[in-house]
Design a binder for this molecule. Structure first.
Ligand code: NAP
Length: 296
């Protein structure tokens, strides 16, 4: 029987630790960590994410603000708003919800966030530091994966980690994090993508397989080796008339069949996904602690 990695449990632990720290700060009459989230437009998925992030902040006692801007916002107005928060010492983290409307250049917007407040870890300075192996803000989803492995005492050192997907938000950063010659990493890493002729040639070699593809149930049992660790990042909607909403969320891994071979596996939902917000809060606290010169 595989161990089902419980992301909810680990995320709760991280959030509880942060809530306790905030409690102490409040008792000492100190400023608390602050996060501003900026949403441009009315993308329904983005609205849900922003709401969840704001709620999570409130629950652990962070200062939290949501800035809503209309779909037709001009790039300059967004850049001006970011600059305002770059200079606001009450907000230690700035998150601009992606994707942005097409008239706005995403790269320019990400680069305009102060690296000291880049709690999403997407700024080129953060990315560069990650690759070099310097301390930085790690992007929240890959960071969540590293935390899950740590909590379940799965040491990637010397293991063959195969990452399927090379996006800037998941595939590339997790591959780079796994590669670092550091405790909790130090893996041998292969990155796969859609140009791979025979994907299963690679996935079958994985001691730790990370699927960040965006295709429902794509990784099947015949694509993995016995006793591997399977980390499923995918969030895919599939029709399901038996549910009230008419759909359900599944991962990139055919969970029911792959779990018969795996030693450890993350479920969807309840695996990697729930870790993302916990790590955003973690990064916000980190930004706060650095800015306010707090050691803990
Ligand atoms: P993405 O930007 O669309 O990247 C998908 C990657 O998968 C690309 O590198 C693509 O290759 C590769 N790919 C697609 N089809 C393939 C195939 N047949 N064989 C091999 N590789 C293939 O997606 P993403 O943003 O990384 O997200 C991936 C999944 O994770 C999505 O389901 C997303 O919803 C989910 N996600 C979850 C969280 C969370 O848990 N909080 C956060 C982010 C993303 P090419 O580069 O060649 O196109």
């Amino acid at each position: 029987m595989p161990t089902i990695i419980d992301g909810k449990l680990v995320a709760e632990e991280i959030k509880n630790e942060l809530a306790q720290k905030v409690e102490i700060l409040k008792n000492e009459g100190k400023k608390v960590p602050g996060l501003v989230t900026i949403l441009v437009g009315d993308n329904p998925a983005s609205q849900v994410y922003i709401k969840m992030k704001n709620k999570a902040c409130g629950k652990i006692g962070f200062l939290s603000k949501v800035e809503l801007m209309p779909e037709n916002t001009e790039e300059k107005d967004l850049l001006d708003l970011i600059e305002k928060y770059n200079n606001d010492s009450n907000y230690h983290g700035i998150l601009v919800q992606l994707p942005l409307p097409k008239q706005i250049n995403e790269d320019k917007v990400i680069a305009s966030i102060s690296p000291a407040k880049d709690v999403d870890g997407f700024h080129p300075v953060s990315v560069g530091n990650l690759v070099i192996g310097n301390d930085t803000f790690f992007p929240c989803t890959p960071f969540g994966i590293m935390k899950l492995l740590e909590k379940y005492k799965i040491d990637p050192k010397g293991k063959h980690v195969v990452v399927v997907g090379r996006s800037n938000i998941v595939g590339k950063p997790i591959a780079n994090m796994m590669l670092q010659k550091q405790k909790g990493a130090n893996a041998v890493v292969t990155i796969c993508h859609s140009a791979a002729d025979d994907l299963s040639y690679f996935t079958k070699q994985a001691d730790i397989l990370i699927a960040a593809i965006g295709r429902a149930n794509f990784i099947t049992a015949d694509m993995v080796k016995d006793d591997c660790v399977v980390i499923d990042v995918g969030i895919n909607r599939v029709d399901d008339s038996s549910t009230e909403k008419g759909y359900k969320i599944v991962g990139d891994v055919d969970f029911e069949n792959v779990k018969t071979k795996a030693a450890f596996i993350t479920p969807v939902p309840g695996g990697v996904g729930v870790m993302t917000i916990a790590m955003l809060l973690y990064n916000t606290y980190k930004a706060y602690a650095k800015f306010e010169k707090i050691n803990n």
